[in-house]
Design a protein around this ligand. Structure first.
Ligand SMILES: O=C([O-])[C@@H](O)[C@@H](O)[C@H](O)[C@@H](O)C(=O)[O-]
Ligand SMILES: [Mg+2]
Length: 431
């Protein structure tokens, strides 16, 4: 075997895993959630792994960018970023070309977001390789642990008992459409994971019903920090009316109204700090929030689309400079994403709130040893080299087979909701 650690081969494997019928502002989760598993292999036979989005545009972008890595050292993250940007982004136009066209190449547009996602997908796998080579956990490559475990929050959803068409047996969580069912869901999740704070995904039922849900949770879990996230499905007026009902109860108010202007209008009349994973999603949007006097006070980052673990560390420095809070957003994911997030959060001194995770909603895994174990709502930061988790190849083959047969290639919560209610129009803000 060669002693060179140059990157020789990149494998991208799309997978699908069971996902419950969770309601949100867009509609409802489909029976299968998609992810991609990234493997970067060196000439010496080491394999660095990662997990990212698995929709078709992401798979196309990963495939387009993968050749850029061949021959690179796993340490060459800056070079990787440049090569990926050159392959995924179109060539930069001159000012005169730009002025003559109706196109926007400003940061924050679709292309720069795609570059950030691809860079992140490769960066984490390269950090995993670096850790194996240096015999150090990823958190040490990021400057060392500021905490030895990372707190997560219970992430509650309104949900149906089963998927339309019943593609497999119903999940164990049952229906949650009333305050009582929501409290039962929370009790079950807290009992299993020991979380110390609660987030409710809102924007699905009429807002007063969702406010009643939060008030029932406040009564059932006195003193526990609570958050609500309607994903911008409420008007400014509704947002202000509901936050008044929830006076004294919320830790923060996540994306109540659409757009940074909508959030600013809510912020002007509301004392609860606003958090977002919708209107500050890249550095250009961060700048706009700062220029507006920071109506958003808490940035919910996500290394999968902010450009990786190091980019999120840079974001944390900015948050500290502007006196903003920082925590983490989540989508349906498995253990590799969770462990990458854990290394990152351990390395960021400024982590002001427990992070989101969809993990309790998944019952499948792609890593050896099965599901990661929480202690009192927190995950211990691995101390073994790299990410500290390895691919279970049998599980990978099974989840890839799910992908081949599930028939889903892009997430479509709106289309899925129309299977239950053909008149559902997905209009936003709906309330
Ligand atoms: O999984 C969902 O339904 C969530 O609504 C997700 O898509 C959001 O991106 C996310 O969890 C959020 O906090 O907005
Ligand atoms: Mg959110």
């Amino acid at each position: 075997m060669s002693t060179s650690h140059a990157i020789r081969h990149i494998r991208i494997t799309p997978i699908a895993f069971r996902d419950p019928p969770l309601l949100n502002a867009a509609g409802i989760h489909e029976p299968w959630a998609l992810r991609s598993i990234i493997e970067i292999e060196t000439a010496s036979g080491l394999v660095g792994i990662n997990e990212s989005y698995g929709d078709e545009p992401m798979l196309d972008a990963l495939a387009k960018a993968a050749p850029a890595l061949v021959g690179l050292s796993p340490w060459a993250l800056n070079e990787m970023e440049q090569r990926v940007a050159a392959l995924v982004a179109p060539p930069v136009q001159t000012a005169s070309e730009f002025l003559g066209q109706q196109v926007s190449l400003a940061p924050g547009t679709h292309v720069s977001k795609t570059v950030a996602k691809v860079v992140s997908a490769f960066e984490v796998a390269m950090l995993d390789l670096q850790g194996q080579m240096a015999n150090a956990p990823v958190v040490d490559l990021l400057g060392g642990a500021a905490r030895c475990s990372v707190p997560f929050s219970a992430y509650l959803f309104y949900k149906y008992a089963e998927h339309a068409g019943q593609p497999y047996a119903p999940d164990a969580w049952g229906e949650a459409l009333t305050p009582q069912q929501l409290v039962a869901q929370a009790q079950r999740m807290m009992g299993q994971y020991g979380f110390q704070s609660i987030k409710l995904k809102a924007g699905a039922l009429p807002p007063d019903e969702e406010a009643a849900g939060i008030l029932a949770l406040a009564k059932a879990f006195p003193g526990l920090p609570l958050r609500i996230d309607p994903n911008a499905n409420w008007t400014v007026e509704t947002s202000l009316r509901i936050v008044e009902k929830l006076r004294g109860v919320l830790e923060y108010y996540e994306d109540p109204a659409p757009g940074l202007d909508g959030m600013a209008a809510v912020a002007r009349a509301c004392e609860v700090p606003l958090a977002t994973n919708m209107v500050v999603t890249d550095f250009a949007e961060f700048r706009r929030n700062a220029e507006m006097g920071c109506p958003v006070k808490i940035v919910l980052s996500d290394h999968h689309y902010w450009g990786g673990l190091r980019a999120t560390q840079r974001l944390s420095t900015l948050c500290r400079t502007f006196d903003l809070g920082l925590s983490m957003h989540s989508n349906s994911h498995l253990g590799i994403s969770l462990v990458a997030m854990t290394h990152l959060c351990a390395s960021v001194p400024l982590l002001t709130y427990a992070c989101d995770t969809h993990y309790p909603w998944q019952d499948e895994e792609v890593i050896e040893g099965g599901r990661l174990q929480f202690e009192a709502g927190s995950l211990r930061v691995p101390t073994t080299p790299g990410l500290g988790v390895r691919l279970d190849r049998h599980a990978l083959a099974r989840l890839h087979d799910n992908y081949l047969h599930c028939g889903i290639r892009n997430r479509d919560d709106l289309g899925q909701m129309r299977k239950y209610d053909p008149s559902f129009d997905g209009r936003q803000p709906r309330f």
